[in-house]
Design a protein around this ligand. Structure first.
Ligand code: ZN
Length: 267
Protein backbone atom coordinates (compact mmCIF):
# COMPACT_ATOMS: atom_id res chain seq x y z
CA UNK A 1 0.00 0.00 0.00
CA UNK A 2 2.70 2.43 1.10
CA UNK A 3 4.82 1.45 -1.86
CA UNK A 4 2.02 2.43 -4.27
CA UNK A 5 1.51 5.72 -2.53
CA UNK A 6 5.23 6.56 -2.83
CA UNK A 7 5.26 5.51 -6.45
CA UNK A 8 2.26 7.80 -7.09
CA UNK A 9 4.04 10.75 -5.49
CA UNK A 10 7.23 10.01 -7.43
CA UNK A 11 5.34 9.92 -10.74
CA UNK A 12 3.47 13.11 -9.86
CA UNK A 13 6.65 15.04 -9.00
CA UNK A 14 8.46 13.64 -12.05
CA UNK A 15 5.58 15.01 -14.12
CA UNK A 16 5.85 18.43 -12.51
CA UNK A 17 9.57 18.63 -13.20
CA UNK A 18 9.30 17.27 -16.72
CA UNK A 19 8.92 20.53 -18.67
CA UNK A 20 10.63 23.90 -18.68
CA UNK A 21 8.60 26.96 -17.73
CA UNK A 22 7.40 29.08 -20.64
CA UNK A 23 8.68 32.64 -20.83
CA UNK A 24 8.19 33.90 -24.39
CA UNK A 25 10.87 36.63 -24.39
CA UNK A 26 14.21 36.83 -26.22
CA UNK A 27 16.39 34.13 -24.57
CA UNK A 28 13.27 32.44 -23.20
CA UNK A 29 11.02 29.55 -24.24
CA UNK A 30 7.66 29.58 -26.02
CA UNK A 31 5.39 26.55 -25.49
CA UNK A 32 3.26 26.41 -28.62
CA UNK A 33 0.34 23.91 -28.87
CA UNK A 34 0.23 22.12 -32.23
CA UNK A 35 -2.27 19.24 -32.45
CA UNK A 36 -3.71 16.35 -30.40
CA UNK A 37 -0.85 13.96 -29.58
CA UNK A 38 -1.07 10.69 -31.49
CA UNK A 39 1.31 8.79 -33.75
CA UNK A 40 4.59 10.50 -34.58
CA UNK A 41 5.31 14.05 -33.40
CA UNK A 42 4.97 16.69 -36.14
CA UNK A 43 8.22 17.96 -37.71
CA UNK A 44 8.46 21.66 -36.94
CA UNK A 45 11.02 24.31 -37.89
CA UNK A 46 11.73 27.76 -36.52
CA UNK A 47 14.03 30.06 -38.51
CA UNK A 48 15.26 27.00 -40.43
CA UNK A 49 16.08 24.90 -37.34
CA UNK A 50 14.31 21.80 -36.10
CA UNK A 51 12.20 22.43 -32.97
CA UNK A 52 11.72 20.15 -29.94
CA UNK A 53 8.18 18.72 -29.90
CA UNK A 54 6.81 16.84 -26.86
CA UNK A 55 3.42 15.54 -25.78
CA UNK A 56 1.99 17.61 -22.90
CA UNK A 57 -1.56 16.85 -21.64
CA UNK A 58 -2.35 14.80 -24.78
CA UNK A 59 -1.28 17.67 -27.03
CA UNK A 60 1.84 17.98 -29.21
CA UNK A 61 3.66 21.02 -27.90
CA UNK A 62 6.57 22.86 -29.55
CA UNK A 63 9.29 24.00 -27.12
CA UNK A 64 10.78 26.93 -28.98
CA UNK A 65 14.10 28.49 -28.00
CA UNK A 66 13.76 32.22 -28.73
CA UNK A 67 17.06 33.85 -29.81
CA UNK A 68 18.40 36.62 -27.56
CA UNK A 69 18.35 38.99 -30.54
CA UNK A 70 14.74 38.13 -31.57
CA UNK A 71 12.30 40.99 -32.19
CA UNK A 72 9.21 41.26 -30.00
CA UNK A 73 5.98 40.54 -31.85
CA UNK A 74 4.59 37.70 -33.94
CA UNK A 75 6.93 34.83 -34.85
CA UNK A 76 6.09 31.75 -36.92
CA UNK A 77 6.77 28.03 -36.79
CA UNK A 78 6.72 26.10 -40.05
CA UNK A 79 5.17 22.64 -40.17
CA UNK A 80 6.24 19.92 -42.58
CA UNK A 81 3.03 20.32 -44.62
CA UNK A 82 3.86 23.99 -45.19
CA UNK A 83 1.36 25.31 -42.63
CA UNK A 84 2.49 27.98 -40.17
CA UNK A 85 1.68 28.39 -36.48
CA UNK A 86 2.20 31.82 -34.93
CA UNK A 87 3.27 32.72 -31.42
CA UNK A 88 4.00 35.98 -29.65
CA UNK A 89 7.37 37.16 -28.31
CA UNK A 90 7.32 39.80 -25.57
CA UNK A 91 10.08 42.39 -25.17
CA UNK A 92 12.64 42.02 -22.39
CA UNK A 93 15.46 44.34 -21.33
CA UNK A 94 18.44 42.58 -19.80
CA UNK A 95 20.77 44.30 -17.36
CA UNK A 96 24.37 45.18 -18.14
CA UNK A 97 27.27 43.42 -16.40
CA UNK A 98 30.76 44.91 -16.40
CA UNK A 99 33.65 42.50 -15.93
CA UNK A 100 37.42 42.67 -16.14
CA UNK A 101 39.58 40.03 -17.76
CA UNK A 102 43.33 40.09 -17.08
CA UNK A 103 44.30 38.16 -20.23
CA UNK A 104 44.06 40.95 -22.84
CA UNK A 105 44.17 38.45 -25.73
CA UNK A 106 40.83 37.02 -24.51
CA UNK A 107 39.27 40.46 -24.98
CA UNK A 108 41.08 41.70 -28.10
CA UNK A 109 42.29 38.47 -29.74
CA UNK A 110 45.34 38.53 -32.05
CA UNK A 111 45.08 37.24 -35.64
CA UNK A 112 45.90 33.63 -34.77
CA UNK A 113 43.34 33.60 -31.95
CA UNK A 114 40.74 35.24 -34.21
CA UNK A 115 41.15 32.46 -36.76
CA UNK A 116 40.75 29.90 -33.97
CA UNK A 117 37.58 31.67 -32.75
CA UNK A 118 36.02 31.57 -36.24
CA UNK A 119 36.77 27.83 -36.54
CA UNK A 120 35.36 27.11 -33.08
CA UNK A 121 32.19 29.17 -33.60
CA UNK A 122 31.42 27.03 -36.67
CA UNK A 123 31.94 23.82 -34.67
CA UNK A 124 29.85 25.09 -31.75
CA UNK A 125 27.04 26.24 -34.05
CA UNK A 126 26.82 22.72 -35.44
CA UNK A 127 26.87 21.05 -32.00
CA UNK A 128 24.18 23.36 -30.60
CA UNK A 129 21.85 22.58 -33.52
CA UNK A 130 22.29 18.79 -33.25
CA UNK A 131 18.95 16.98 -33.42
CA UNK A 132 18.47 13.37 -32.34
CA UNK A 133 15.09 11.82 -33.20
CA UNK A 134 13.02 10.54 -30.28
CA UNK A 135 11.89 11.90 -26.93
CA UNK A 136 13.73 14.62 -25.01
CA UNK A 137 14.73 14.29 -21.36
CA UNK A 138 13.54 17.48 -19.68
CA UNK A 139 13.92 16.64 -16.00
CA UNK A 140 16.82 18.95 -14.99
CA UNK A 141 18.85 19.63 -11.84
CA UNK A 142 21.34 22.45 -11.18
CA UNK A 143 24.76 21.03 -12.20
CA UNK A 144 26.69 22.47 -9.23
CA UNK A 145 25.77 24.06 -5.91
CA UNK A 146 26.57 27.74 -5.60
CA UNK A 147 25.48 31.31 -6.06
CA UNK A 148 24.41 32.58 -9.50
CA UNK A 149 27.11 35.13 -10.26
CA UNK A 150 26.18 35.80 -13.85
CA UNK A 151 22.61 35.47 -14.98
CA UNK A 152 21.62 34.47 -18.45
CA UNK A 153 21.22 37.30 -20.99
CA UNK A 154 23.32 39.96 -19.25
CA UNK A 155 24.70 42.49 -21.70
CA UNK A 156 28.42 42.13 -21.31
CA UNK A 157 30.92 44.96 -21.14
CA UNK A 158 34.37 43.43 -20.83
CA UNK A 159 37.29 45.76 -20.00
CA UNK A 160 35.00 48.65 -21.03
CA UNK A 161 34.21 47.08 -24.43
CA UNK A 162 30.75 45.76 -25.44
CA UNK A 163 30.71 42.02 -26.13
CA UNK A 164 28.09 39.31 -26.87
CA UNK A 165 25.36 38.85 -24.22
CA UNK A 166 25.80 36.10 -21.65
CA UNK A 167 24.62 32.79 -23.15
CA UNK A 168 24.33 30.78 -19.93
CA UNK A 169 24.18 30.79 -16.14
CA UNK A 170 27.38 31.30 -14.12
CA UNK A 171 27.54 29.35 -10.87
CA UNK A 172 30.24 30.31 -8.33
CA UNK A 173 32.16 27.24 -7.14
CA UNK A 174 35.71 26.43 -6.10
CA UNK A 175 38.17 24.89 -8.56
CA UNK A 176 37.76 21.11 -8.53
CA UNK A 177 34.07 21.09 -7.51
CA UNK A 178 32.39 18.15 -9.29
CA UNK A 179 30.11 19.16 -12.18
CA UNK A 180 27.00 16.99 -12.43
CA UNK A 181 25.12 16.57 -15.68
CA UNK A 182 21.71 18.30 -15.43
CA UNK A 183 19.74 15.50 -17.09
CA UNK A 184 20.27 12.06 -18.58
CA UNK A 185 21.70 12.00 -22.08
CA UNK A 186 24.70 11.22 -24.24
CA UNK A 187 27.99 13.13 -24.46
CA UNK A 188 27.92 14.88 -27.84
CA UNK A 189 31.24 16.73 -27.83
CA UNK A 190 34.17 17.58 -25.59
CA UNK A 191 36.87 20.09 -26.42
CA UNK A 192 39.07 23.01 -25.47
CA UNK A 193 37.65 26.27 -26.82
CA UNK A 194 39.22 29.76 -26.84
CA UNK A 195 36.32 31.36 -24.90
CA UNK A 196 34.57 28.36 -23.28
CA UNK A 197 37.78 26.59 -22.23
CA UNK A 198 37.33 22.88 -21.54
CA UNK A 199 33.71 22.18 -22.36
CA UNK A 200 31.32 19.24 -22.45
CA UNK A 201 28.15 19.18 -24.58
CA UNK A 202 25.42 16.67 -23.68
CA UNK A 203 22.55 15.65 -25.99
CA UNK A 204 19.24 15.14 -24.12
CA UNK A 205 17.35 14.16 -27.29
CA UNK A 206 15.01 15.93 -29.73
CA UNK A 207 17.12 19.09 -29.96
CA UNK A 208 17.74 19.67 -26.23
CA UNK A 209 21.48 20.21 -25.58
CA UNK A 210 23.29 21.29 -22.41
CA UNK A 211 26.85 22.61 -22.11
CA UNK A 212 29.32 22.97 -19.22
CA UNK A 213 32.30 25.31 -19.68
CA UNK A 214 35.61 26.54 -18.14
CA UNK A 215 36.22 23.05 -16.66
CA UNK A 216 39.58 22.19 -15.06
CA UNK A 217 39.00 18.52 -15.96
CA UNK A 218 36.73 16.54 -18.27
CA UNK A 219 35.72 13.10 -16.93
CA UNK A 220 33.67 11.79 -19.89
CA UNK A 221 34.22 10.95 -23.55
CA UNK A 222 32.11 11.51 -26.67
CA UNK A 223 29.41 8.84 -26.94
CA UNK A 224 29.21 8.12 -23.18
CA UNK A 225 25.68 7.63 -21.87
CA UNK A 226 25.22 9.71 -18.70
CA UNK A 227 22.59 9.57 -15.98
CA UNK A 228 21.27 12.71 -14.29
CA UNK A 229 23.72 13.80 -11.56
CA UNK A 230 26.67 11.84 -12.97
CA UNK A 231 29.97 13.73 -12.62
CA UNK A 232 31.21 14.83 -16.06
CA UNK A 233 34.06 17.13 -15.01
CA UNK A 234 35.39 19.61 -12.49
CA UNK A 235 34.95 23.37 -12.06
CA UNK A 236 37.82 25.49 -13.36
CA UNK A 237 38.67 28.77 -15.06
CA UNK A 238 39.88 27.65 -18.50
CA UNK A 239 39.05 29.86 -21.50
CA UNK A 240 37.85 33.43 -20.89
CA UNK A 241 36.97 33.55 -17.18
CA UNK A 242 37.46 35.97 -14.30
CA UNK A 243 38.00 33.04 -11.92
CA UNK A 244 36.78 29.51 -11.16
CA UNK A 245 33.07 29.06 -11.88
CA UNK A 246 30.76 26.84 -13.89
CA UNK A 247 29.20 28.31 -17.01
CA UNK A 248 26.09 26.29 -17.85
CA UNK A 249 24.16 26.70 -21.11
CA UNK A 250 21.02 25.03 -22.44
CA UNK A 251 20.09 25.08 -26.14
CA UNK A 252 16.75 24.52 -27.88
CA UNK A 253 16.65 24.57 -31.72
CA UNK A 254 20.28 25.72 -31.61
CA UNK A 255 19.50 28.82 -29.50
CA UNK A 256 20.80 29.47 -26.00
CA UNK A 257 17.88 29.85 -23.57
CA UNK A 258 17.78 30.71 -19.87
CA UNK A 259 18.77 27.52 -17.98
CA UNK A 260 16.80 28.77 -14.95
CA UNK A 261 13.59 27.95 -16.87
CA UNK A 262 14.50 24.26 -16.53
CA UNK A 263 14.83 24.45 -12.73
CA UNK A 264 12.05 24.72 -10.13
CA UNK A 265 11.04 28.35 -9.61
CA UNK A 266 12.67 29.67 -6.43
CA UNK A 267 10.26 32.61 -6.07
ZN1 ZN B 1 29.27 32.39 -18.28
Amino acid sequence: MKKWLLLGIALYSANLAAFPRANPVPGGIALVPLAPASGQPPIVQYAGSRVTVMPIDNQWMALVGIPLDAEAGTQSLRLQNGATVNFQVKAKQYKTQRINIKDKNKVNPDDESSQRIVRELAIQKQIKAHFTEGAATLDFIKPAPGRDTGRFGLRRVINDQPRNPHSGMDIAAAKGTPVKVAAAGRVLYTGDFFFSGNAVYVDHGAGVISMYAHLSAIDVAVGDAVQQGEVIGKVGSTGRATGPHLHWSVYLNGEAVDPALFLPNKK
